[in-house]
Design a protein around this ligand. Sequence first.
Ligand code: IPE
Ligand code: IPE
Ligand code: MG
Length: 247
Amino acid sequence: MTNPSSRTKIKKEISHIALIMDGNGRWARSRGLPRYEGHAQGLRTLRKLLRDLKNLNINYLTLFTFSIDNWKRPKEETSKLMQLLRKFISNDLSELHSNNVRIKVIGSRNEIPKDIVDLIKGAEALTVNNTGLYLQVAFNYSGRQEIINATKKIAIASAKGEIDPNKIDNTIFESNLYSAGVPDPDLIIRTGSEKRVSNFLLWQLSYSEVYFEECLWPDFNKNKLDLAINDYNSRSRRFGNVINEYK
Ligand code: IPE
Ligand code: IPE
Ligand code: MG
């Protein structure tokens, strides 16, 4: 992985933004369109935002694109969402690569079609040495499952005598998560007006600043991102400490 310290930082050390891109279905329905049209528009919004991000020195961006819980939706919709990921990788990979973006897909690979697994592996391999934006794509992702998966890996290593159970700490735990090596998000933005995290990055969000944006994902843009970052810049992050109280 690229050394994060080599990346330029923007004001107030905002290094990592996570996005819950919610509201595609409602966007489509409010226009009398089928839900998949909302997802297609959501992809256009994402493409535009990634282009606009070029001048913003964010080091890491994590996108919630499909949750394991989303398999509860009708097959008609999940097939369209799989198709959109195929489209995203085939149409956008070369541009992202030429912009020095590194792609990492986090989540379970068990339930996803084999051709998509191959596309993901290809995108990760192509961009592995890129040193620009680290784009972490949560696809077929569940925060609880990530924690269970890490616990299993650590338990197996302990049973083999490779890890002393008494020495299990944050560092060991984090190194077994899908997001190993990536710092926790500084700011998480959820569009679409819901006030919940919906099984996203449950471990990593412990001290992230949370920002809820009312607009539906297809209506999100760089100006709205700037508003969220300005809001972040006005906050005081204390991590449990007290600041300027004892002199
Ligand atoms: C987010 O939009 C995209 C995915 C969950 C894949 P939704 O499809 O959840 O849109 P709403 O929340 O129903 O409007
Ligand atoms: C969260 O949105 C998942 C993604 C944006 C991919 P959902 O629409 O699935 O979340 P809930 O069901 O409203 O909690
Ligand atoms: Mg939703």
